[in-house]
Design a protein around this ligand. Structure first.
Ligand SMILES: Cc1cc2nc3c(=O)[nH]c(=O)nc-3n(C[C@H](O)[C@H](O)[C@H](O)COP(=O)(O)OP(=O)(O)OC[C@H]3O[C@@H](n4cnc5c(N)ncnc54)[C@H](O)[C@@H]3O)c2cc1C
Length: 234
């Protein structure tokens, strides 16, 4: 069941640059002081008066008093500028939770996550959820980033794979071994992935390309879920 979005006031509890282009914000909820959401959903930060930008929640579904967000700040825009400017202890407002990019109630035996950049965010939350659910199937994670300088959260992926031998991840450097859309078909025999659930998140062009590749290789559309990080203001 999806919860109705509502307005929250929060306080910035932590602001960490994971690399020069990516900020992880931790927000302590103030009013109201608790949120219910499903892994994969997003909140809309108020970035100027009555202007909002969507950011996926990267924190755990069972953490109700704070949320974490992963925000790309390489460019200049109302959202990116606010995040660069804001400091710990300052107030921030958002509306949420929203979105239907969530794990199905009935999980398949194999899940493939495909993310570019901050498209990682909803999957961090979903990985926690799968751990909590003691998911016993296979998980493969294809993470597309430009180059090693732009990499973040590798320790998290490494720890997850150390603790779960059914979890495998691939770092796809577009300036190195190739874009995620090229790496995935070289690592998976898609003719054997008919019952796999594919979740794709991040750059809209990557999602189009990946979706086409999967469909052309016989993957049923109902087994592909995606969340496009479009730039347009909502
Ligand atoms: C459902 C959903 C979930 C999202 N989740 C996230 C998330 O978890 N993290 C996140 O960072 N974003 C996320 N986004 C994108 C986010 O909502 C904003 O659109 C994005 O951050 C740009 O907003 P802005 O105000 O900084 O720039 P805007 O004011 O929208 O754009 C200003 C200029 O910057 C350019 N620009 C915008 N973004 C980028 C970029 N990434 N790289 C290069 N140039 C850019 C635009 O083309 C434009 O010219 C999500 C979007 C959707 C729809």
């Amino acid at each position: 069941m999806f919860i109705r979005p509502q307005k929250f006031e929060a306080i910035v509890a932590k602001k960490d640059y994971l690399n020069p282009n990516t900020v992880e914000l931790t927000l302590n909820l103030h009013n109201p002081n608790s949120i219910d959401f499903q892994s994969g959903q997003f909140v809309s930060l108020e970035v100027a008066e009555n202007e909002y930008r969507a950011y996926s929640i990267s924190s755990e579904e069972n953490s109700h008093s704070k949320i974490r967000l992963l925000i790309e700040v390489s460019h200049s825009g109302k959202g990116a500028d606010l995040v660069k400017r804001i400091n710990v202890e300052e107030k921030i407002t958002f509306i949420g939770p929203s979105g239907k990019f969530t794990l199905p109630n009935e999980l398949p035996n194999k899940i493939v996550f495909i993310a570019t950049g901050v498209g990682f965010a909803p999957f961090e939350s979903m990985l926690h959820k799968l751990e909590d659910l003691k998911f016993s199937g296979v998980i493969e994670f294809f993470f597309g980033i430009r180059n090693p300088e732009n990499l973040f959260k590798e320790e998290y992926l490494k720890k997850y794979s150390d603790q779960n031998n059914l979890f495998k991840y691939y770092l796809c450097f577009s300036q190195g071994i190739g874009r995620v859309t090229k790496v995935l078909p070289s690592k998976l025999d898609l003719s054997r992935e008919k019952n796999t659930l594919f979740l794709i998140c991040g750059n809209p062009n990557m999602i189009h390309e990946m979706n086409d590749t999967l469909i052309k290789n016989g993957i049923n559309e109902k087994n592909i879920l995606h969340e496009k990080f479009t730039y347009a203001a909502i």
